[in-house]
Design a protein around this ligand. Sequence first.
Ligand SMILES: [Zn+2]
Ligand SMILES: [Zn+2]
Length: 250
Amino acid sequence: MGTKSIGLQLATQLRDIFETAIVFLYPAKCRVCDDFLGVAFMPYICADCWQDIQFLEPPWCDICGTLGVNGLCDACATSPPRYGQLRAVALYQTTLQQAIHLFKFEKKKGFARHLIQLINAHIPADCDVATYDFILPIPIHKKRLRERGFNQATLLADGIAEAAGVRVLTDTLVRKRHTVAQSSLDREARQQNIVGAFDVVEPGIIRGKRLLVIDDVFTTGATIREAVSELWTADPAEIDVLTLARTVDP
Ligand SMILES: [Zn+2]
Ligand SMILES: [Zn+2]
């Protein structure tokens, strides 16, 4: 056996050891497609599935961002929501659902980094974050904060704000009432569940200011509507919304 093949053998052995270490360090399979992760660039989700994330593009409703609409959708034309515009970065489908689940419900706080990178790279062009006076994450109740250890919207807001050089306010819009998780309810019950859940503390800070509200997922919009309606009591100049993901209406 020549030196060359011994070297090759050693390299193969080292590679095996390295791959074993990677599989040991990270869960072996992708959460989405169940393929082995191998040498992964991020834990839990493979590069192929990560590439499948569907970023949103116009045309969309000028106000609520409903896809495939030029100008205003019927709902916004007849009874416009109280925010100026709502934008989302990507569709709430397979990969992003898994990613948000990992982050939010399995409390993989470190995964926020990947989601923040994704948001900052794909914020819609008509949402110029740097022009807002303040960024406000949708708050969670302190009971839920204790359970989870962090507010997912605040982590995302911090990452977006840092890149744009805007201040985040976490003590201005607060959750005064503990509510059942919105995800466990249907559309109608969500509206009932969230009424009166928010409060604005020290309204003077946001009076006359341009606000950008941040949340992780937009589904029925009940939470966003209620938070925005409460924020208007402080008389800001403008309220827009940006979420990481949104569902599409059936
Ligand atoms: Zn995969
Ligand atoms: Zn609309």
